[in-house]
Design a protein around this ligand. Structure first.
Ligand code: ADP
Ligand code: MG
Length: 290
């Protein structure tokens, strides 16, 4: 393909919100045979809502206030959901000290003199014991495709927040199109296995769950070791290592700054259909026949 055709392809992409960092990226996109998608904010809308609050040892409003305290300043989609709910309920948020995000697990810090952790059931289980009835409550929400954040205070589970993030409206169609093109898709998530299965089965995609950032990177490398040319699509929050390892890292709609730095391409409108669209664009420019 000529330099002029490549330049025209890059600008045609840019007009549709498909940004590619140069001709080599455009060329490689046409060779993609596997796409690893992040779940939250990539296959799902990334605008989750808190649907259920299960309070045990503490009143509901207090639990929400503690959770919101830890999430203040976090850009994680779940944090936004929790902060929105706290705002809607008018709870007053206490200041948290030494709050820190633990990639793929949750957030932790001191609020009002208490050590509070908020995060996935599997991360909570590494810190404390969940009772059989607590496990059951988590499983019930997970089966509905909801993500559960467990609130742990001073080493004791005090309740849960269940959060629902709808699949993007074009996710199933975009994945079906990739399949028809002979491209294998895999959903990678730090979320719980059962939640992942509930979401993935609705979308018709293979899922790998309960992954830490380094696990996502390992899976990208495993796919490459099988001879696949791999694109990784994500918002960049916690998935920079996998984005960097992929043959092509694609940042999805309004992603974190880190993603745009690490990524080779970005889709500004955040549609799953943008991924097959970029492959089609590349094939057109490079004269590939699929
Ligand atoms: P994903 O792979 O879906 O993008 P992450 O790796 O960001 O998910 O997070 C994995 C899990 O860790 C989430 O499903 C959630 O349970 C927990 N988690 C991570 N960050 C937070 C946070 N800021 N607040 C609450 N829970 C969190
Ligand atoms: Mg993520």
């Amino acid at each position: 393909s000529t330099p002029a055709a490549i330049a025209a392809g890059l600008s045609a992409g840019a007009r549709r919100g498909l940004l590619m960092k140069g001709g080599a990226v455009l060329e490689t996109l046409g060779k993609i045979t596997a796409v690893a998608f992040d779940k939250t904010g990539t296959l799902t809308s990334g605008k989750p809502l808190v649907t259920d609050i299960v309070a045990g040892a503490r009143p509901e409003a207090e639990m929400l206030a503690l959770a919101a305290a830890l999430e203040t300043g976090s850009s994680h989609p779940l944090a936004v959901a929790i902060l929105n709910r706290a705002k809607a309920e008018g709870v007053s948020i206490l200041p948290a000290s030494a709050a820190r995000a633990i990639a793929g697990e949750g957030v932790e810090g001191t609020v009002g003199g208490e050590e509070v952790f908020l995060g996935s059931p599997q991360a909570a289980a590494r810190r404390t014991l969940l009772s059989a009835s607590q496990d059951e409550a988590v499983a019930r929400f997970n089966a509905q495709g909801k993500t559960v954040s467990v609130v742990v205070i001073d080493g004791r589970v005090v309740g849960f927040l269940a959060i629902r993030d709808e699949a993007r409206s074009d996710a199933a169609a975009g994945l079906a199109r990739l399949k028809a093109m002979g491209v294998r898709s895999v959903m990678l998530t730090g979320d719980n296995q059962r939640t992942a299965e509930a979401v993935a089965s609705g979308l018709g995609v293979e899922a790998r769950a309960e992954l830490l950032p380094q696990d996502k990177q390992r899976i990208v490398k495993e796919l490459q070791a099988q001879g696949l040319v791999v694109a990784k699509v994500g918002d960049g929050i916690n998935d920079a290592p996998a984005l960097a390892a992929a043959d092509i890292g694609i940042a999805m709609g309004g992603g974190a700054d880190v993603a745009l730095e690490t990524a080779d391409a970005a889709v500004l409108h955040g549609r799953v259909q943008d991924i097959p669209d970029m492959i089609v664009l590349s094939n057109g420019v490079m004269g590939n026949i699929r």
